[in-house]
Write a protein that binds this ligand. Structure first.
Ligand SMILES: Nc1ncnc2c1ncn2[C@@H]1O[C@H](COP(=O)(O)OP(=O)(O)O)[C@@H](O)[C@H]1O
Ligand SMILES: [Mg+2]
Length: 213
């Protein structure tokens, strides 16, 4: 049984209408690109899909379970790669990844070991000890990817995860997104990069808060 993430009639109004009657299914085992110009509502839609934000109307649900839990705390099934990275500047790269696992109850030594492996997936194993605030934008983005991917979540929502990366590292992140889908995860990647869209299985496009394809 596939556990798809289903959004039905999602509307989000915050002064003005940012999302207007969005109906989409993000299937398990596939990488879905969510494209659209800046300001079209991609981040808002991912936030609702992952349970960070309550829709004004409509529902987002994983196999019938509502993503909005009433508090803005996402379900444990969900992992994010946030557009502004959401890293803790004074912690090391390894600690930033490790805390995602510790927060899920993994013992610190095991979490640290998995964090090292996740950094290696993105080619930054050598940066584990470095404080995040000393890293470049592209390096921080890869730490954020490692943190999102390390938990092996059922739903992985990545918000423009390759915007600061060169072509080689973009390819690494795309390959890892595909790997997550291959183990059955729902994977959604917001992007306005046509090369990223091309590498995904499915494509949903937003414009001014509406689905246009
Ligand atoms: N908290 C907020 N309050 C009011 N407007 C917002 C808020 N967050 C985002 N917006 C606006 O909502 C629109 C959609 O934003 P966003 O979802 O971030 O788009 P995208 O990720 O596609 O660039 C933009 O016009 C943005 O300025
Ligand atoms: Mg955005």
């Amino acid at each position: 049984m596939s556990r798809d993430l289903v959004l039905e009639h999602i509307t989000y109004v915050n002064g003005r209408t940012l999302l207007d009657d969005v109906c989409v299914t993000f299937p398990a085992g596939r990488v879905t690109a969510l494209s659209g110009p800046s300001g079209s509502g991609k981040t808002t839609l991912l936030s609702i899909a992952g349970g960070l934000l309550e829709p004004t109307s409509g529902t987002a649900a994983l196999a019938g379970q509502e993503m909005w839990t009433g508090s803005g705390d996402p379900l444990p099934e969900v992992a994010f790669v946030l557009q502004v990275y959401g890293l803790v500047p004074i912690l090391s790269a390894r600690e930033n990844v490790s805390i995602a696992l510790r927060a899920r109850g993994i013992a610190p030594a095991d979490a640290d070991e998995a964090a090292e492996a996740a950094l290696a997936r993105f080619g930054i194993a050598d940066l584990g000890e470095r404080q995040v605030e000393e890293l470049s934008g592209g390096q921080m983005q890869r730490v954020a990817c490692a943190r999102g991917f390390v938990v092996g979540a059922e739903v992985l929502l990545a918000d423009e995860p390759t915007s600061e990366l060169d072509e080689g590292n973009r390819g690494v992140v795309l390959a890892e997104l595909r790997e997550e889908a291959a183990r059955g995860a729902v994977v959604v990647v917001a992007t306005h990069d046509p090369a990223v869209v091309e590498a995904c299985d499915l494509h949903i496009a937003l414009d001014e808060g509406r689905v246009v394809r």
